[in-house]
Design a protein around this ligand. Structure first.
Ligand code: F6R
Length: 607
């Protein structure tokens, strides 16, 4: 979605803002702009379309001497993706410039008020209203005006504001939309996402909900919702700038698929003890509390929800607790029945997904115990949960998640084993056996990266397909959900995932000569059942790719991919890898914009 970058220091701001915005392109956007401040006032430059148009117009920043500015990439919500609607937006007197991520929900009411007061609006956006309100509320103190205006806004926002009368200062405010201050040497950055500023500093201070901040080259002050200054420790991002660069890879997605062995090792190994246990830091519950739990709910959106579908089975099996996976946008409005004997696990790469955050707040309100599995340190989800188990996948830039998803699976395995240990529900020696299996996952995933050529060849043959079906049972079904999403979101091929046994209750009527079906059958206890489903679809003409651990299935499908066998509960971590590659290569063969699929954004911070 939208991206914000801000700078104040001694260097020319424009090249830094443009470079920061280019590192936010992956979030998805349709226009871009910058506002610069100096003694002569504010200058705003914006363009609809690619950032490269703006960069070309500004000659990369050559000749722009301003050392203070804000920049934005916009993903249209209110009004079309035009230059007029692009941010920054100016107040009528040109003295306030505003960039904004999020959605103002009382926009209609504020617009009416301004129009009634004869303010001429130059865009269709909710953001321009903020700039106009700042002008009207200003009585000699920008910070006071900002506080008064933000108090009138309902909805979500991260704001960067310039005022012509204080050309050395950037103001910021946030509610439900991420914003961090990057602390450099004699310079400060503002960013909606760390990758924007990683080449300049790894030191950051996250802003929390309701806070405002004032930044200048001399330093910064953060004010709490009550207006009092706040002292907050500077944090250090453990991501390096290189990890957010594409390097020699054609696409971030391929790079991130290949980074999975390292992401898994970094997520798992710190929690596996020398004596074959999972460390107690994974889940800060006492044995008594864990034993008193009655239910576990795993909540997420998209792929994170798919990780939850795997997690629920592993938790149910090892911790002997009823476990459900829930889509955050459904869960939050369902008035879920929760209490202190429910553990709710929130799964999110960004830690900023609006529905997941709302579900967390609802769960806390009802007294449930909350744990977040999050990839971005300092994210809102991490800040607001009772406990956090970080996935250490590093920055994920491609819109379609790969390494963050497999790292989420790894984190959920750790939680399941720890819960099982605390509740005493595993057999003797089982924890040791399972942790030994976990240690093998990075190696097996690396081995599976070796299927790239074969998956590319298959993708060449199948790239013209119009429909695809992914089927499986148990954790194979969970992996099928994710494999199907991977294919459809980047290649625009219609694809569905089905529990294999469910197919003949309706969907099998869609199978005809040549229909592509990928069957996942890695759980040997369920293999005969899934093979029966494969026979059913083949009998109706389907072309079947079988992903299995059983080498004796060579004749069972049109193409059989035998993958390494591990503990069945962990098998989804392996079966997904060749299917991520398949999705990637199909999209490549179809000439799709793989890292930035149409209509999608990396982090969905609006409902
Ligand atoms: C699909 C994908 C999305 C995300 C979903 C949740 O490839 O990436 O489905 O999984 O938008 O995002 P996070 O994990 O940031 O909460």
């Amino acid at each position: 979605m939208c991206g914000i970058v801000g700078y104040c220091g001694t260097q020319a701001a424009t090249p830094l803002l443009l470079a920061g915005l280019s590192r936010l392109e992956y979030r998805g956007y349709d226009s871009a702009g910058v506002a610069l401040a100096d003694e002569t006032g504010l200058s705003v430059y914006k363009e609809a379309g690619r950032l490269s148009l703006l960069t070309a117009r500004l000659r990369g920043g050559e000749g722009f001497s301003q050392t203070v500015g804000i920049g934005h990439t916009r993903w249209a919500t209110h009004g079309k993706p035009t230059t007029a609607n692009a941010h920054p937006h100016l107040s009528a007197d040109g003295r306030f410039a505003v960039v904004h991520n999020g959605i103002i929900e009382n926009e209609a009411e504020l617009r009416r008020e301004l129009l009634d007061a004869d303010v001429t609006l130059r865009s269709e956006t909710d953001t321009e209203l903020i700039a106009q309100l700042l002008q009207r509320e200003y009585q000699g103190n920008v910070w006071d005006a900002l506080r008064r205006v933000t108090a009138r806004l309902t909805g979500s926002f991260a704001l960067g504001v310039l005022y012509a009368g204080e050309p050395e200062t950037v103001y910021a405010a946030r509610r439900q939309s991420p914003l961090v201050l990057g602390v450099g040497d004699g310079e400060l950055f503002l960013a909606s996402d760390m990758p924007a500023i990683l080449p300049y500093t790894a030191q950051f201070v996250p802003l929390e909900d309701g806070e405002t901040a004032r930044l200048s080259a001399d330093g910064y002050t953060i004010y709490g919702a009550d207006g009092e200054p706040i002292t907050r420790a500077v944090q250090e991002a453990d991501w390096d700038a290189e990890s957010a660069e594409r390097g020699e890879y054609a696409h971030f997605m391929l790079k991130e698929i290949e980074e999975q062995p390292e992401a898994l090792a970094a997520t798992l190994l710190p929690h596996l003890t020398a004596d074959g246990a999972v460390g107690d830091e994974v889940l800060p519950l006492t044995a008594e509390t864990a034993q008193a739990l009655r239910r576990v709910v795993l909540v997420g959106c998209g792929s994170a929800y798919h990780a939850g579908v795997v997690g629920r089975q592993v938790i149910e099996r090892l911790a002997q607790l009823p476990a459900e996976a829930e889509i955050a946008s459904e869960f939050r409005y369902r008035q879920p029945m929760l209490d202190r004997h429910t553990l709710v696990i929130f799964i999110s790469q960004s830690g900023e997904t609006a529905d997941t955050l709302a579900a967390l707040r609802e769960s806390k309100r009802k007294g449930a115990r909350t744990l977040s599995v999050v990839n971005v340190a300092g994210s809102t989800l991490a800040a607001e949960s009772d406990a956090v188990l970080p996935t250490r996948a590093g920055p994920e830039i491609a819109v379609a998640t790969t390494k963050a998803y497999t790292a989420q699976l790894a984190a959920l395995y750790l939680v399941a084993i720890r819960l099982g240990a605390l509740r005493g529900t595993m057999e003797d020696g089982e924890e040791r056996r399972l942790t030994a299996e976990l240690r093998t996952l990075p190696h097996h995933v690396r081995e599976l990266l070796g299927t790239a050529e074969r998956m590319h060849a298959l993708a060449r043959r199948q790239q013209a397909l119009s429909d695809a079906y992914f089927i499986g049972r148990g954790t194979d079904y969970a992996a099928a959900l994710e494999a199907s999403l991977k294919l459809k979101e980047i290649s625009y091929i219609h694809s569905e995932a089905y529990a294999a046994g469910e197919l003949k209750h309706g969907t099998i009527s869609l199978i005809e000569e040549g229909t592509f079906v990928a069957a996942l059958a890695c759980d040997e206890t369920l293999l005969p059942k899934t093979l029966a489903n494969v026979r059913e679809v083949r009998a109706r003409g389907a072309w079947v790719l079988l992903v299995t651990t059983d080498p004796d299935t060579a004749d069972a499908a049109d193409e059989v991919l035998v993958i390494p066998q591990v503990e069945p509960l962990f098998q989804a971590s392996l079966s997904i890898v060749p299917l991520q590659l398949f999705g990637y290569y199909v999209a490549l063969e179809r000439g799709c914009d793989i890292d930035r699929p149409r209509n999608l954004a990396k982090s969905v911070t609006v409902e």
